[in-house]
Design a protein. Structure first.
Length: 429
């Protein structure tokens, strides 16, 4: 519902794509600013403490957004929300810590996490679109049209906070640097075995100190793939509602926020089913990097094809509420939500496997996830603005196929960063 909210906040449709992109990107800008800080804080103070802090801030922030009626104030609150919450990377690190400690395979665990994350990315817009503008009669005139979606977010944050607070401390494998010795001291009366262990620890720490993620080409390729994936997934989440909202005489389909919300809901069901029941089976039979590369084929074909097929159907008199248009929307959404949403599993598994072979991997993983959050934050902050601007330019200056411009660019970026990047990574493995 972002484009509807921005229109109502500004009381204008002028440059809607650009302002929606700016509003959409503000939270990612905030996350980008503090991603490394939160990674360091989770090592220093523990995963649980950072999760509690982030969830508390988010619950308060969404309540403020629910009552905000000024565009620039709303933008500032979105930015603040990103600054005070970087729980995604912390949750990933905590989950990997737990499975590493238990010496168990984490594929199914990250598949389940991806279901939660990917489904929320799709079900969130779905629920928001369905709830937008639905104000109880008792509060009509006092609530903003976006109050109910944001208050629902606050309730979900409070629920998550309660679950984290109730979970035992033992559920989090803490690696606080406060507890780590500053020097690797050894007693002069140590036994030969103790001396050997101490020397081994010293060598491990020395190796960890000499290794840098930012000089590791394979790690940088993973960051490029993660960034490209997030850029495309975020771009689709922005551009698709703008295209659906576009009037029929401008080669859109004139859909409401509820229509868009229902389409995202269909995609979320596809993503959850695929991630839970299909993806783990594929992951057992073929390598993750081959699965990553193969799952890009259909989305890259659909991104430039969907807007043109939609325009063609509308040009030949298809009803925007007819079965043909709905089938076109739902099929495209299911394919993109399912195959790209489940790639959150793939990229995390690739990162975990890569870091697991490095010195001091448990502590290094928090830093690696912090870097990935930075890479994803950069593209999540730029993707909405760039694609919003491309949408404005295309619809205003390029005529019939103009609305397809941002989706064309997403397909090209996916091919270069994710497919070619994946092939290069596989060659270097």
């Amino acid at each position: 519902f972002a484009s509807w909210m921005v229109r109502d906040l500004r009381h204008s449709d002028e440059n809607l794509g650009s302002f929606t992109g700016l509003h959409f990107a503000a939270q990612s800008y905030g996350m980008l600013m503090t991603a490394y800080f939160w990674a360091a804080a989770s090592n220093r103070f523990g995963r649980k403490a950072c999760l509690v802090s982030g969830l508390t801030c988010s619950a308060v922030n969404t309540c403020l957004l629910a009552v905000c009626r000024n565009f620039w104030l709303s933008l500032s609150l979105r930015l603040l929300s990103g600054i005070l919450n970087n729980n995604i990377s912390i949750v990933r690190t905590a989950l990997r810590d737990a499975f590493h400690e238990a010496k168990e395979n984490d594929t199914n665990a990250f598949a389940t996490l991806s279901v939660a994350f990917g489904a929320s990315c799709v079900a969130g817009p779905s629920l928001g679109g369905l709830l937008y503008g639905r104000v109880p009669e008792l509060f009509e005139g006092h609530f903003t049209p976006w109050a109910l979606p944001y208050l629902t977010c606050s309730l979900l944050y409070v629920t998550a906070l309660a679950l984290v607070l109730m979970s035992p401390q033992g559920a989090y494998v803490e690696h606080s640097s406060a507890r780590a010795p500053s020097k690797n001291t050894r007693s002069p009366y140590a036994s030969p075995n103790e001396s050997l262990a101490s020397n081994g620890a010293s060598k491990t720490q020395a190796a960890a100190g000499s290794y840098s993620l930012l000089t590791d080409v394979n790690f940088l390729l993973i960051m490029v793939m993660a960034g490209g994936h997030s850029y495309i997934f975020t771009g689709w989440e922005l551009v698709y509602p703008l295209l659906a909202k576009l009037p029929v005489d401008m080669h859109g389909e004139g859909w409401s926020s509820s229509d868009v919300g229902l389409t995202f809901m269909v995609g979320s069901f596809g993503l959850m089913s695929y991630s839970l029941f299909v993806y783990p089976r594929f992951a057992k039979r073929i390598s993750i990097i081959k699965l990553w590369t193969g799952q890009w084929i259909l989305p890259i074909l659909i991104l430039p094809t969907f807007p043109r097929l939609l325009a063609l159907a509308m040009h030949h008199g298809a009803s925007s509420q007819g079965w043909l248009v709905k089938a076109l929307n739902w099929t495209s959404q299911v394919v993109i939500s399912t195959l790209l949403g489940s790639q959150f599993i793939s990229i995390q598994l690739l990162l975990n496997k890569h870091v697991s072979g490095k010195p001091d991997s448990m502590r290094l993983l928090a830093t690696a996830n912090g870097y990935m959050a930075i890479a994803q934050g950069i593209v999540r902050s730029t993707s909405p603005e760039v694609n919003g601007a491309l949408f404005n330019f295309g619809t205003n200056w390029l005529g019939e196929d103009g609305a397809a411009l941002p989706l064309d660019s997403l397909a090209i970026i996916g091919l270069v960063t994710c497919v070619f990047g994946g092939l290069l990574y596989a060659k270097r493995m």
